[in-house]
Design a protein around this ligand. Structure first.
Ligand code: NDP
Ligand code: MG
Length: 380
């Protein structure tokens, strides 16, 4: 029996991970962690009976301890709690499904403790890929991608490890605003940006998909995960989200992974890799589908994607600036304090005013994040 721990069990990826666990019935959950949704966490603890759980605020931990006095679960809080969940002795896999750079430190601790990582949290590789990948190699742990595109690439590489990747074709849906001009993007409302055409996800990543910043973060992730140069990564818009990504090899062969848009597939693949298990759900019907179409991404409109390539090329601490500026800007947009294209303006401003640290350690990464937040706070 496999045993796992989950960071961010109350979120979109976290709850779908628990659906996969529930459907299979042969994975034990040793530890769970949530941010502030203690009502859902309580239900999850009652159902999955972890030994350990963690919430962000100590006050919430106290409330939960009282509510769960009938169980023997240990409830911790804050970063120390997240780290304890990450290194929880019984678990062999840590699912990192928290949103934000808060995922970096616990993930590093888990790798050091020899846990394989089912990685959903993008920020980890975007900001600290240069530290995480060599550390994982040294510790002999697997980084199993959960993001659908990276899982697709990982699946395309099965049996191909000895062959050099010529190109990664990273697919994008183009989001709800595909085809719009930059002018028309200026006045989009929060409700419009939250309507993703194909995927149901957490709020932050849904906005990132609408701005195509998400694709930019995925380019940065792909570069570390698959050890390719940025020039070997091409973003292809594929509006139906049927092809989850493709790999081109030296002989010109292109291998694609396809399926209906369902995050449970990449989650389950990561948990049972390399085994494929039954996953109930809709199957592709190509006759009904009729066609799969492709477009070039509109880099002049969706500036987030071109800024991401720029930040990745500069490297060092610049991807952290890109990520932190976007995170804060998305939060301001969700609170209706700025317009949609101001997200791009804020990223641009922060990137323009940053002095790059070439090979940042974790402290420098987190300090960079903080200084970006402070800059934005002072101006908005
Ligand atoms: P959600 O916003 O749905 O969930 C985030 C989770 O993180 C929740 O459990 C939340 O807890 C928890 N959390 C937030 N803040 C803290 C904190 N300070 N301490 C501890 N836990 C915290 O996000 P998603 O599930 O959509 O995304 C998670 C990660 O996976 C992101 O990095 C995203 O980019 C990536 N990803 C998501 C995909 C998707 O389909 N959703 C696809 C590919 C990647 P609570 O709700 O209790 O506050
Ligand atoms: Mg994705």
């Amino acid at each position: 029996m496999k045993t796992i721990a989950i960071l961010g069990s109350t979120g979109s990826i976290g709850t779908q991970t628990l659906e996969v666990v529930r459907a299979n019935g042969d994975i034990r959950v040793a530890a769970l962690s949530a941010g502030r949704n203690i009502a859902l966490l309580e239900q999850q603890i009652r159902e999955f009976r972890p030994r350990l759980a963690c919430v962000w605020e100590e006050e919430d931990a106290k409330t939960l301890r009282t509510k769960l006095a009938d169980l023997s679960v240990e409830i911790l809080s804050g970063m120390e709690g997240l780290k304890a969940v990450a290194v929880c002795e019984e678990a062999s896999i840590l699912v990192t499904a928290v949103v934000g750079m808060i995922g970096i430190v616990p993930t590093i601790e888990a790798i050091k403790a020899g846990k394989d990582i089912a990685l959903a949290n993008k920020e980890t590789l975007v900001t600290a890929g240069h530290l995480i990948m060599p550390l994982a190699a040294r510790c002999g742990v697997k980084i199993l991608p959960v993001d659908s595109e990276h899982s697709a690439i990982f699946q395309c590489l099965n049996g191909e490890r000895q062959n050099k990747i010529d190109k990664i074709l990273l697919t994008a849906s183009g989001g709800p605003f595909r085809g719009r001009s930059y002018e028309k993007l200026k006045n989009v409302r929060v409700e419009d940006a939250l309507k993703h055409p194909n995927w149901a996800m957490g709020q932050k990543i849904t906005i990132d998909s609408a701005s195509m910043v998400n694709k930019g973060l995925e380019v940065m992730e792909a570069r570390w995960l698959f050890d390719v140069s940025l020039d070997q990564i091409q973003v292809v818009v594929q509006p139906q989200s049927i092809i989850h990504s493709m790999v081109q090899f030296a002989d010109g062969a292109v291998i694609a992974q396809m399926g209906t848009p369902d995050m449970k597939l990449p989650i389950q693949y990561a948990l049972y890799y390399p085994e494929r298990r039954l996953l109930a759900g809709e199957r592709l019907d190509f006759a009904k589908l009729g066609s799969i179409t492709f477009e070039k991404p509109a880099l002049d409109t969706f500036l987030g994607l071109s800024y991401a390539f720029e930040a990745a090329r500069i490297g060092g601490s610049m991807p952290t600036v890109f990520n932190a500026a976007n995170e804060r800007a998305v939060s301001l947009f969700l609170h209706r304090q700025i317009g949609f294209t101001d997200i791009y303006a804020i990223i641009r401003d922060c990137m323009d005013h940053h002095t790059v640290i070439s090979d940042p350690d974790v402290t420098q990464i987190l300090d960079t994040e903080q200084s970006v937040y402070e800059r934005i706070e002072a101006r908005f």
